[in-house]
Design a protein around this ligand. Structure first.
Ligand code: FES
Length: 114
C-alpha cells in the first residue's frame, strides 16, 4: 500500500561524463536494466533488452542518430519513443524520461509507448 506509481520518482542512471555523443550504455536503475543514449547534449533512455530476444541494446546496440540497432538480428528502435521500427522486433521498448542535473543523469516516469 501507499506505493502510488503515478508520482514521479527519479533514479540515478549515470554521470553525464560516462557517455560521449553517440554512445550508449546499460545501467541498472531501480533494479531494471535501462539503456541510456547520448545524442549531442541530450540523453534518452529505454528498457535495455531488445524486445525480440534477450540482447542488451545499451551495451551491444549500434546508435545512429536517434535509432538504436540491435546487433543480433538488426531490429531498430527510435530511442526518443521506444518505438520498434522494423522486424524482427514488433514490440516497443519502454521509454523513460531523463533528467540531467548537476552532471548526473536520472531516469524517471516509466512510460509505455502505445
Ligand atoms: S534480439 Fe534484437 S533483433 Fe533479435
Amino acid at each position: 500500500m501507499g506505493n502510488n506509481t503515478s508520482s514521479t520518482e527519479r533514479v540515478f542512471a549515470c554521470e553525464v561524463d560516462d557517455l560521449e555523443d553517440g554512445d550508449s550504455m546499460s545501467v541498472r536503475a531501480d533494479g531494471e536494466p535501462v539503456a541510456v543514449y547520448r545524442i549531442g547534449d541530450d540523453f534518452y533512455a529505454t528498457s535495455d533488452t531488445c524486445t525480440h530476444e534477450q540482447w542488451s541494446l545499451g551495451e551491444e546496440g549500434d546508435l545512429d542518430g536517434f535509432e538504436i540497432t540491435c546487433t543480433l538480428h538488426n531490429a531498430r528502435f527510435d530511442v526518443r519513443s521506444g518505438k520498434a521500427l522494423c522486424f524482427p522486433a514488433t514490440v516497443d521498448l519502454v521509454r523513460y524520461s531523463t533528467i540531467v542535473e548537476g552532471g548526473k543523469v536520472y531516469v524517471a516516469a516509466v512510460e509505455r509507448a502505445a
